[in-house]
Design a protein around this ligand. Structure first.
Ligand code: GUN
Length: 296
């Protein structure tokens, strides 16, 4: 391996320390405790693991954690009523509805019911529009974590060719907006892209967010490029369960200049950025100075 390893786990610990400092400041200056409400509908095992982890880390940085676990057959009306109550609750500064929701619930309707200033996922259409027009918004956590790591590694990203593989609303599209905001030349590639290998080979920054295990091999990576692997895929490897990214790590690390591992890369940064967004939301709600270093 020749690539520098971008250690998301260590960076996330640093971000959490900064969040804890801002939480203490908000408590001292406004006399309030920043609070995050997480809503989980149903019993999806992966979602349960995430929600537990979010709750634990929220408390560790000094914030209040409110968990709402609802039955899988909860009606849309009951869920919307809960969101209305959380929107009106002054102890709640951030609201996250864990996705995916069960099929009978309309996720767009649910997400757009959240007060945009409490939408710490940055999924509300108002936040999507604000981000797309370069205005102050809530920024989706995973792309925000990727951008923080890229800025830390490179300093300026200006003029670099960035290729984002994947066009989801949660990662691909907001990632492209953030890279454009940092003056990259951005390509969004996807399953219908012609000659994806050639497109990837043009990337100084390659962000993989497709959800397909080891889909991107080393010979799609430009020598010296920075590779950010957003994928978290569970596979069976020699009879053992294993987590792998969307990038074939061994072959990519042999040519890349820098690469994020899976696990220990983007994953820990996502929750750290959720905590960052929550303290930012609490500061804004109370008219306090914007926490530095935690927003774009
Ligand atoms: N499910 C998988 N990732 C996410 C995320 O970032 N936010 C929410 N709300 N649900 C998710």
């Amino acid at each position: 391996m020749t690539a520098t390893l971008i250690d998301g786990k260590a960076f996330a610990a640093k971000v959490r320390t900064e969040v804890a400092t801002h939480v203490a400041r908000v408590k001292a200056e406004a006399g309030i405790t920043p609070g995050l409400a997480v809503v989980l509908v149903g019993e999806d095992p992966a979602s349960q693991v995430y929600v537990r982890s979010k709750g634990k880390q929220t408390v560790e940085v000094g914030m209040a954690s409110f968990e709402h676990r609802l039955e899988a057959d909860t009606s849309e009306r009951a869920l919307l009523e809960l969101i209305d109550r959380l929107n009106a609750d002054p102890q709640v500064h951030g609201i996250l509805v864990q996705l995916p929701l069960p099929d009978h619930l309309d996720s767009d309707l649910v997400i757009n019911r959240i007060d945009p200033t409490k939408d710490v996922d940055g999924f509300h259409i108002s936040n999507v529009g604000l981000l797309g027009t370069g205005q102050k918004s809530m920024v989706p956590c995973t792309p925000l974590g990727c951008l923080m790591m890229l800025r830390e590694h490179h300093g300026s990203l200006s003029g670099m060719n960035a290729v984002v593989v994947g066009r989801s609303n949660i990662v691909g599209k907001p990632m492209a907006q953030l890279l454009l905001g940092d003056s990259c030349t951005v390509t969004i590639a996807h399953s219908r892209t012609r000659d994806l290998a050639a497109v990837c080979r043009g990337a100084d920054i390659l962000v993989a967010a497709v959800g397909r295990p080891r889909m991107i091999p080393g010979d799609w990576v430009k020598p010296g490029a920075t590779v950010i692997d957003v994928g978290i895929n569970r596979i069976e490897d020699g009879g053992k369960a294993k987590l792998v990214g969307d990038v074939d790590f061994d072959s990519a690390a042999a040519v890349a200049g820098a690469i994020t591992p899976v696990p220990g890369g983007v994953g820990p940064m996502t929750i750290a950025c959720l905590l960052a967004n929550t303290v930012v939301a609490a500061a804004r709600a109370n008219g306090l100075a914007e926490p530095q270093g935690l927003t774009v």
